[in-house]
Design a binder for this molecule. Sequence first.
Ligand code: M6R
Length: 615
Amino acid sequence: MCGVVAVLGRENASKLVIEGLKKLEYRGYDSAGIASIFQGSLQTIKSEGKLIKLIDKLENLSSDKSYFDTSIALGHTRWATHGNISVENAHPLISENKVAVVHNGIIENYLALKEQLIAEGYSFQSKTDTEVLPHLFSKYLKLGNNLLEAGRLVLNEIKGAFAFVAVSTDFPDQLFISRNSSPLAIGLGEDGNFVGSDAHSIDHLTKRIIYLEDGDHGLVETKNIQIFDKNTNKVDRKIINIQAEFGLITKAGYSHFMEKEIFEQPSVIPQTISNYLKEDSKIIIDIDKLGFEKKGSLVICAAGTSYYAAMVGKYWIEQIANIPVIIDLASEFRYRNPSIYGQNSILVISQSGESLDTLMALRHGKTLGLKTNAIVNVEGSTIDREADYSLYTKVGPEVGVASTKSFTSQLSVLFMIALALGKKFNEMNLQEINEKTQYLNMLPTAIARMLEIEEEIKLIANKIKNAKNMIFLGRGLLYPLALEGALKLKEISYIHAEGFAAGEMKHGPIALIEDDVPVIMFLVSDGNEDKSISNLQEAHSRGANTILISDKKCIEKADFAHLKLEIPEFESGFKSLLSPLLMSIPAQLLAYHVAKERGTDVDQPRNLAKSVTVE
Ligand code: M6R
């Protein structure tokens, strides 16, 4: 989703901005642009598509020092919301060749503002909501306001969730910044100051970061920064020293980041687990902080893959700890007036820690009086900072848009929460819980063994790569995996895919079955396998191309399936309880290899963003 970078006070500011934009590429975008001020005049250059096109344009101008010999520049990667993907709609948006703005989020009342500005004589070059911002700045600057005053007047007029940076040729040593729900960080340097959508985008310039809070706005100058809260009180926000520069994360020899991230799982999941599981099998999760000083229930909210992790979490927490769990899509929770009767706390799950839907669900939970908890990967993200208690997945940066290692690490944390709650509240005897706790130690090796079936998965991928539709099935703990398998496949291969609970097929979706439609079932022998096998048989009898991903016992029972992928053998209790974690691996590899065969942009699939910062 949109990324913002600005540099002030350093030579070659444009080049430093481009370096920052490169670090935001993974978030997903469809056009890019940069503006700088040279000898009092504004230079803007924009392009559709990937950043490399913008860089090529800039390189063609390398003899024109007006684009480079500058100490103030701001840049943007745009994920289209209002207006198609085009150079005109790319940011920075300009007014009267004096003001430039880069913006992340949505100005919800832009239509009314646009009409008013047109009536006042401003002409619009783009179809974006953003363009009202530079024109409003122009309007207030012309009335004699300085950049800070003009920015405040702009803020009084606009509604929505946003983060933006504005410059004006009248104030060539200043950046106006503002944040309302969308993230924005300031970097403090020795000889300049910086602004970025996240700390990573400016960590090549400084390690000293300030995260703006909601409603904050301010002025950044080369040697000075002023931040004000929404009531225009001057505030000092905490300076955080970020530990290590991630640098430009490499693919380390893999074809795609997604492939690398899939294969990293055996080495990063131990980091997740060891953060909370100590040598004596003790799980260090503060149950009281989670809101469970006494027994009650929990609501979990998330989006996309993180929501499917929440579904698995519900099954585990109810099964292991006998605690009722309500799960909700983050985008629904806030608007449906949920009853929180009997609920102790809300837990949100987010890899990025910046998904706006999830952040809003967390805030809504807070307003309802719930304790707020988060499972996040990005430490220091907005959700991490706003939650009362955060649990970290610790798997390092995830660059591929498709969530892979973040999903398995979220599941690992959820499993530990279920065990910790079980120890406190369930009558289940301690020995049984301790046995299940040992499963965590078996997990990394089990994931590594699951990765060994890649070659067989490639064969299946090759056979189904031209399908127009696919159906994924699972039952119980593997129902969320069917949903996740379908999501993973559709987002990177662009094949239409749906996941269903195996037992639901006969209630409607079975009408979709026609000759050769691939129906993929995730299954482990857990005592209920015969029912699922019957559901697969029902699809098979109607002409589906049935594909069973399962263990030896089920594969023998479902000999009829057209394609069978046998997973390695594991101890039966471990295999059935942790089946969502194990089956994540074939789900991810299948989607990856189908997409690779189809030649799609695996790491940055069309229309998608890694960090979804609009509602
Ligand atoms: O960063 P988050 O976990 O909050 O992101 C939530 C979803 O946008 C994300 O899981 C999305 O569905 C993935 N692209 C799926 O692979």
